[in-house]
Design a protein around this ligand. Structure first.
Ligand code: PMV
Length: 334
């Protein structure tokens, strides 16, 4: 028997060393990043006020392999992908091939305030760095993702990409365009929160941020006062997280009132939130909101969950439990 006949080719096909895979460009990497909710401080965070964000147990994953076609992408999606890959190439410092095959798989509804675009930016940056065996620093991933977010939203705070990168609970503040501070918050076990999807807003995040900008230009004092009060609510949440304050329902309610005063919640969503309050619960939008029709995801809390569930059932609303403080970006397959 020749030596060739002694080799078990099945085993060889399983154990191709990474270096050989790199040479043959057969590698596949898969990375995932979480969505988020904002407990307090959306919009105000664009103007340097603090916000508290939490990563959630819904993730977006991206698989990168060699190839030309990227699956299931609209024209808009393809343009964004092209921009994002250019941004990543800039960071890599040399022109790499753009003939990757990108496969996106997401559990995060698009455009509802759950951070799907940031999770995309973070997972893509991380996956391409990983594909090239580049150093995988979270700071680097976050920086690239922020540039991609700017392309999408114009003037984002950077909070969404930061929570998707680092995960957990974060207190976040954008001091200047180049200087952002954030701190991971250690928390007690957080009470169950449920999300109700009020529906995708007609407006984009960029348009809502712009709406607030115009409102602030017209009524600077009024808007500054809303932001200052929102900061107080954010501090209340901080005390709640460190067990110094117990009224979560009241914090959510006040936060919502301030967002309504800012003009980012639609009539329809306000009505829905009032109904939740009538049955003893509290609710707030999370993220940019929307005024023309729906306002995206609503965070709801009720000391008696059953009441919330039977209300959602009666109103035929899409309700689901969300786990907070989940892990940030991570490699799934390398
Ligand atoms: O709706 P989202 O998930 O895009 O959240 C936007 C949060 C804002 O505070 C309104 C904008 C920002 O960049 O922080």
């Amino acid at each position: 028997m020749s030596s060739r006949e002694n080799i078990d080719f099945r085993i060889i096909s399983v154990f191709i060393p990474k270096e050989i895979k790199n040479l043959l460009m057969l590698r596949k990497v898969k990375v995932s990043a979480p969505g988020k909710i904002i407990l307090s401080g959306e919009h105000a965070v664009v103007y340097g006020y603090p916000a508290i964000l939490a990563a959630i147990d819904r993730r977006l994953s991206i698989e990168v392999s060699k190839g030309k076609k990227s699956e299931n992408l609209s024209l808009e999606g393809k343009k964004l992908l092209e921009f994002a890959l250019n941004e990543i190439n800039k960071d890599l410092g040399k022109k790499r091939t753009t003939s990757y095959q990108i496969k996106i798989d997401s559990q995060i509804p698009i455009g509802c305030g759950m951070g799907s675009s940031a999770a995309f930016a973070v997972a893509l940056a991380a996956a391409v760095l990983c594909y090239y065996d580049e150093p995988w620093g979270l700071e680097r991933i976050n920086k690239i993702a922020y540039e991609i977010e700017k392309k999408q939203h114009g003037n984002p705070s950077g909070g969404d990409n930061t929570i998707s990168t680092y995960g957990g609970f974060l207190l976040y503040r954008k001091e200047t365009e180049t200087f952002k501070v954030f701190s991971s918050l250690k928390t007690q076990v957080f009470p169950s929160l449920f999300l109700i999807n009020s529906g995708k807003p007609i407006e984009t995040t960029g348009e809502m941020v712009d709406k607030v900008k115009r409102f602030r230009l017209k009524f600077p004092n009024k808007v500054e006062k809303i932001f200052e009060e929102m900061e107080q609510v954010t501090r209340g949440f901080l005390r709640f997280l460190s067990k110094e304050e117990s009224n979560l329902g009241e914090l959510i309610k006040t936060n919502e009132e301030l967002l309504e005063a800012l003009g980012v919640v639609s009539e329809r969503t306000m009505n829905l939130i009032q109904k939740i309050e009538k049955i003893g619960g509290s609710a707030k939008i999370s993220g940019a909101g929307g005024t023309k029709d729906n306002s995206g995801i609503i965070i709801t809390y009720h000391p008696d969950q059953e009441k919330l569930f039977s209300f959602a059932k009666k109103e035929s609303l899409d309700i689901f439990r969300v786990k907070l403080g989940e892990k940030g970006v991570r490699i799934e397959k390398h």
